[in-house]
Design a protein around this ligand. Structure first.
Ligand SMILES: [Zn+2]
Length: 123
């Protein structure tokens, strides 16, 4: 995960971001070497950064507030979206935060695919 710790933003061109590499552990890079990404079809934010030790790419989601801090620190920005064919076209209500524990429990079931198929009427 990356967290901005640069502080003041715009004029703070030495702002840094902290991250953790699975192989090398925690690291610190200039905010400008983190690419901020926004997914256009759902508005979610993520980032792309290269571990300074092993040069492995990492990609993960982040909160809008952290994205904003990084952008203020002049991190590069890219927009992306899934191709139309890869997007889900659900018709139900969006999942609320209160339903996440139940969703998590459902996804942990060994028969999760069967449950989903049954709920969609395609079993
Ligand atoms: Zn690494």
């Amino acid at each position: 995960m990356v967290g901005g710790d640069g502080g003041t933003g715009l004029e703070d061109w030495t702002a840094h971001a902290k991250g953790t590499c699975d192989g090398c552990g925690p690291f610190r890079v200039a905010a400008t070497s983190v690419t901020v990404r926004q997914r256009l079809d759902d508005g979610t934010w993520s980032y792309r950064v290269r571990c300074p030790s092993c040069e492995r790419w990492m990609l993960a989601s982040m909160r809008p507030r952290v994205a904003l801090q990084l952008l203020l620190a002049r991190a590069p920005f890219e927009a992306w979206s899934l191709p139309d064919s890869a997007r889900e076209c659900g018709h139900g209500e969006p999942v609320s935060i209160y339903e996440l524990p139940q969703l998590r429990a459902d996804l942990a079931r060994i028969d999760v695919v069967d449950v989903l198929r049954a709920s969609l009427g395609v079993g």
